[in-house]
Ligand binder design. Structure first.
Ligand code: ARG
Length: 463
């Protein structure tokens, strides 16, 4: 058996082929290659600045690394399992291109600080992209909201009709969730953008490196203060998967509502052909596959969060190969969140139409104005709890008589309580019911208009 050249001369025989496959991460960590090259270029420049290698050597390394970037982008760099991981694959190719000087690149570095650098460079770029997608999602919600300030929709608690709402108010609730998601990612970014480069395998290095310089070249805001922590910290990735999970929670809740709204029973929205699917057997069907898939994909992001927490919980300091298991979850978490945000944004932009006539009927045909009758009495000095009990009785007798509150005559109201006057009809009309909830953050139209203005300025200033 010929010896595999990856390891030092301590090793006499090659890895068992099945073990080589088991050990390798190249099939998935190739995703990091651009960041690995960028990190290695900064490392080479730092080695030259500190005179650990010469300027000429650094230039050779940098041009070799840039050549690998071109080869990769053109589809001509496809390392196999024998490379083990992206770091070895790049180093091996570099030596082929530039010769022995390539063997100097790994001076004062370990794959442990190298891979930590790569994931952070990858994740911070993805965080910024996801934040951009969140803004587009918010813009799509805001657009509908502006068109539907005075469109009413039943509001629910316990999925029972509760009080009517401005449709814009309902949609802006999701805008606010997305805003928190955006802010959370900003926060995760801060703890992602810290350089572990130069922490070495675990203890630092004997070479006179300049960690600040390589960090600056790579745009990191800070350095890990402790080398052991630097090579083994994955808190930032857990935080990211937590933030990603919350984005998915929010998308999944909206998905669930859209699925309900598109059902025949609700009929609050219709799905447009560009974003709906059919059945292979039932020709009448139009299915909400897109929100269903978003709801369904949510679980895998939660799974990645859980998996990484479990990977970390028993690890002694510092690097352990278990950490190689971080990558697939992070990559899939990123891809899933991005795909779902894109799909939901398109769905909002062009895939749904609110059925305004149906919505107007829906809010007129229930007892969701009952609180307003109680409030009416309370505003005329009847203690609220007393008013509440009285209205409960009215609802009971109306239900039995097959009537709605608006169908009661003034005499009937006044028999119930002398405080009722002719303005009760106005007070319980759906528009008035919504409009009157003008407390800060409520569904009253004036509040909703203010919420829209604030949302617009958040999007304009990209904060
Ligand atoms: N492929 C490895 C990973 O993803 C790179 C670091 C390997 N370090 C080591 N000491 N074996 O974690």
């Amino acid at each position: 058996m010929t010896k595999q050249q990856t390891w030092s001369d301590r090793f006499e025989s090659a890895l068992n082929p099945a073990i080589a496959i088991f050990n390798a991460s190249i099939s998935f960590d190739i995703e990091l290659i651009e960041y690995d090259l960028t990190g290695s270029i900064a490392h080479a420049q730092m080695l030259a600045k500190t005179k650990i290698i010469s300027e000429v050597e650094a230039q050779q390394l940098v041009s070799g690394l840039e050549q690998i970037r071109q080869e990769y982008r053109q589809g001509n760099f496809n390392p196999g399992v024998e490379a083990e991981d992206v770091h070895f694959a790049v180093e091996k190719r570099l030596i082929e291109i530039v010769g022995d000087v390539g063997k100097k690149l790994h001076t004062a570095r370990s794959r442990n600080d190298q891979v930590g650098t790569d994931i952070r460079l990858y994740l911070r770029a993805e965080i910024r992209q996801i934040q951009g997608q969140l803004k587009q999602f918010q813009a799509a919600l805001l657009n509908h909201s502006k068109n539907h300030v005075e469109t009413l929709i039943p509001g629910y608690t316990h999925l029972q009709r509760a009080q009517p709402l401005s449709l814009a108010h309902h949609l802006l609730a999701y805008f606010q969730m997305a805003q928190r998601d955006w802010e959370r990612l900003n926060d995760v970014y801060k703890r992602t953008n810290i350089s572990p480069l130069g922490c070495g395998a675990l203890a630092g290095t004997t070479f006179p490196i300049d960690r600040e310089y390589s960090a600056e070249l790579l745009g990191f805001d800070h350095l890990y203060e402790n080398s052991l922590d630097g090579v083994s910290d994955r808190d930032f990735a857990i935080e990211f998967l937590c933030a990603a999970s919350l984005i998915m929670v929010h998308l999944s809740r909206l998905s669930e509502e859209m699925i309900l709204w598109a059902s025949q029973e609700f009929s609050f929205i219709t799905l447009k052909d560009t974003c709906a699917t059919g059945s292979s057997i039932m020709p009448q069907k139009k299915n909400p596959d897109i929100p269903e898939l978003v709801r369904g994909k949510t679980g895998r992001v939660f799974g990645h969060l859980q998996a990484l927490l479990v990977v970390m919980k028993g690890l002694p300091l510092a690097y352990n190969k278990d950490l190689q298991e971080d990558k697939e979850g992070i990559f899939d978490g990123v891809k899933t969140v991005k795909a779902c945000l894109e799909a939901m944004t398109i769905l909002l932009q062009e895939g749904i139409e609110f059925q305004t006539a149906r919505l107007a009927d829906a809010v007129a045909e229930d007892f969701s104005n009952a609180t307003d009758v109680a409030d009416y009495l309370a505003s005329k000095d009847v203690p609220f709890r007393e008013a509440y009990n009285l209205v409960g009785k009215v609802v009971k007798t109306s239900l039995a008589a097959g009537k709605l509150l608006r169908d009661l005559t003034l005499e009937e109201w006044q028999q119930l309580h002398p405080a009722f006057e002719a303005d009760i009809y106005e007070a319980i009309a759906p528009k008035q019911v919504v409009s009157a909830r003008n407390s800060y953050g409520g569904t009253g139209f004036a509040q909703v208009q203010q919420a829209i203005s604030k949302a617009e300025s958040l999007l304009e200033t990209n904060t």
